[in-house]
Design a binder for this molecule. Structure first.
Ligand SMILES: Cc1ncc(COP(=O)(O)O)c(C=O)c1O
Length: 484
C-alpha cells in the first residue's frame, strides 16, 4: 500500500466511527469490567513486524471499545462533542510533528500561538499580558502558583524553599485538587492550602477568605496566592472575582482565576458578566479543550505581567537549542517549563477561525439554553431534586426516594445501571458528603430530546430500583442488582 492509501483507509475508519455515533447506531459505551475487557483483547507487542491490515484491525478494535465522547448521551465530563476543524488540526499537528520551543523549527506555529495568546489576553482584560500553552488546566494552575511564588520569593529559583518563610495558599472548598498537587510540587506543602468555605451554590465566601488570611498572618505565614474558580468542577460555580480582587489587593496577594472548566464562557457577551473582576487578576487558566470542544490537550495560562513566565525560569546554558539569532524573541520555549512541546495552538486556531467569535458565542449560549432546560426538567419532576442553583453548565441533582432507602446507594446504582446498559454516561461527586449526580452540558450539538431521553431513563431506573426489596449502604452500592 502507498502512504496515501494507508492514510485514506485510516481516515475512512475514523470517518465511519464518527458517522455511526451521529446516526444513533452506536451506544455511548460498550461497558466491560477491566478483567473481561483484558481477556477480549490482544494487546501484546509482537516480536515480528505486522502489516497494515493488522494496523487497521487494531484501530477498529480500539474504536469499538472507546467511550463515544461525542455521543449525545455522553453527559459525564467537562469535555465532549466533536469539533471537526480542531480534529483535523490534531492530524496536521501529528503529520508536521514539531516542537514549540523555537521559531526555527515551528515558524507558523509560533506566530499562531502568539496570536492566540494576544487575543485571549485581550478578552481577559490583560492588556499587556503574556501566556503559554500548557499540558492541561492542572499544570496551568501549577504554573500560576509558581509565578506567584517566584514573585514573592525572587531568589527561590536558586536557593530553593528550604530556608524560605512558610507560604500560604487560599482556594475554596469547591476548587480543583490540582492546587494541592501544585503546593506539593512547589515545596509549599498541601497543609498550607487553606480551603475557604463556599455557599450552597458553590461560591467562595468572602468573609471566610478574610478570616483565613488573618489566621495565616497570625501564624507567621506569608499569604501569597488566592485561586478563585470560574466554573467549579462539581457545581459550575463562579466565585465573586471582583470581591476577591479587592482582598487580594489589600493583602498584596497574587490572584489567580481557574477557568479550566468555565473559562470559555467569557466568549459569550450574554454571560461574560460572570467574569467581572477578572481583569484585576494576575493570571487566568483557560482550557479550550473543555467548552470550546477542541480535542485534549489545549490549555492556556495567561498572566497579566508580560514577562512573568520568562522570569520564573532559571537561566540555563541552552545555546544548543536557543541560538543567538534574529528570531530569539520568538522562541516560546524560554517561557515554558517543557522542552519539547506539542503544537496544541494549531487546532484551537483552526477551530476559532472556522467558527469565529460569533460561532463560539452561539455555541456557549446554546449550552446555557440546554442547561436551563435540564434544570427545569429536574425542578418539574416529582422524583428528582435539584441540589444547587446552577450558575453555568453543571446541574447537580438526585433521585429522591421516599421508601426509606439509602439515597446515595440508590443514585450510584441508577447511574451505574445506565452506564452498564450503554444508555448514557453521567458522572457523580459528593456535596456535603452526599452523592450528587452531575449532569454536564459541554456539547452544544445535543438537543432537548436527548435530555428528555436521559431523564426518562434515569427516572425509570430509579423507579425500578426503588421497588426492589434491597436496602444497602452507599459503600455497597455495587450490590444492587443491575437491571438487564
Ligand atoms: C475547575 C477545574 N480546574 C482544573 C481542572 C483540571 O484541568 P485539566 O483536566 O485540564 O488538568 C479541572 C478539570 O476538570 C477543573 O474542573
Amino acid at each position: 500500500m502507498t502512504n496515501k492509501e494507508v492514510l485514506s483507509k485510516a481516515f475512512e475508519l475514523i470517518g465511519n466511527y464518527q458517522v455511526n455515533i451521529n446516526s444513533g447506531k452506536e451506544k455511548v459505551l460498550n461497558y466491560h469490567k477491566p478483567d473481561e475487557l483484558e481477556k477480549k483483547l490482544d494487546l501484546k507487542i509482537p516480536v515480528e513486524s505486522k502489516d497494515y491490515e493488522n494496523l487497521f484491525s487494531d484501530i477498529e478494535e480500539y474504536l469499538k471499545f472507546s467511550v463515544k465522547t461525542s455521543h449525545k448521551q455522553f453527559l459525564n465530563q467537562l469535555y465532549s462533542s466533536e469539533n471537526l476543524p480542531a480534529i483535523i488540526g490534531e492530524f496536521v499537528t501529528a503529520v508536521t510533528n514539531t516542537s514549540m520551543y523555537t521559531y526555527e523549527v515551528a515558524p507558523m506555529a509560533t506566530l499562531i500561538e502568539k496570536e492566540l495568546i494576544k487575543k485571549m489576553c485581550e478578552i481577559a482584560g490583560f492588556n499587556d499580558g503574556g501566556g503559554i500553552f500548557a499540558t492541561g488546566g492542572s499544570n496551568a494552575n501549577m504554573l500560576a502558583m509558581m509565578s506567584a511564588r517566584n514573585k514573592r520569593l525572587p531568589d527561590v529559583k536558586k536557593s530553593g524553599m528550604m530556608s524560605a518563610q512558610t507560604l500560604a495558599v487560599f482556594v475554596s472548598d469547591q476548587s480543583h485538587y490540582s492546587f494541592d498537587t501544585a503546593a506539593n510540587i512547589l515545596g509549599i506543602g498541601s497543609d498550607n492550602v487553606y480551603k475557604i468555605k463556599s455557599d450552597i451554590n458553590g461560591r467562595m465566601l468572602i468573609k471566610d477568605l478574610h478570616k483565613s488570611i488573618e489566621t495565616s498572618l497570625r501564624k507567621g505565614q506569608s499569604p501569597f496566592f488566592i485561586a478563585a474558580t470560574a466554573g467549579t468542577t462539581m457545581l459550575g460555580a463562579f466565585d465573586p472575582l471582583d470581591e476577591i480582587a479587592v482582598i487580594a489587593e489589600k493583602y498584596n496577594i497574587w490572584m489567580h482565576v481557574d477557568g479550566s472548566f468555565g473559562g470559555s464562557i467569557i466568549l459569550s457577551n450574554k454571560y461574560k458578566h460572570l467574569f467581572k473582576g477578572l481583569k484585576q487578576a494576575d493570571s487566568f487558566t483557560w482550557n479550550p479543550h473543555k467548552l470550546m470542544n477542541v480535542p485534549l490537550i489545549a490549555s492556556v495560562l495567561l498572566v497579566k505581567e508580560k514577562n512573568r513566565l520568562l522570569k520564573n525560569l532559571t537561566d540555563l546554558d541552552t545555546d544548543y537549542i536557543y541560538h543567538d539569532n534574529e528570531a530569539q524573541e520568538y522562541n516560546l520555549g524560554k517561557q515554558s517549563i517543557q522542552c519539547g512541546r506539542r503544537v496544541d495552538a494549531l487546532k484551537v486556531w483552526l477551530a476559532w477561525r472556522f467558527y469565529g467569535d460569533e460561532g463560539y458565542e452561539k455555541r456557549i449560549n446554546r449550552m446555557f439554553e440546554l442547561a436551563n432546560y435540564a434544570k427545569r426538567k429536574v425542578e418539574l419532576s416529582d422524583k428528582l431534586y435539584l441540589l444547587a442553583n446552577p450558575q453555568s453548565l453543571s446541574i447537580c441533582f438526585i433521585y429522591k426516594t421516599e421508601l426509606g432507602k439509602d439515597n446515595d446507594a440508590l443514585n450510584l446504582t441508577i447511574r451505574e445501571n445506565l452506564m452498564k446498559k450503554g444508555l448514557s454516561l453521567v458522572n457523580y461527586g459528593y456535596l456535603n458528603g452526599k452523592v450528587a449526580i452531575r449532569l454536564v452540558i459541554s456539547n452544544p450539538e445535543i438537543n432537548e430530546k436527548d435530555l428528555d431521553e436521559f431523564f426518562e431513563n434515569f427516572i425509570k431506573a430509579g423507579n425500578e430500583l426503588e421497588h426492589q426489596k434491597i436496602n444497602v449502604k452507599a459503600t455497597q452500592a455495587e450490590k444492587y442488582l443491575i437491571i438487564e
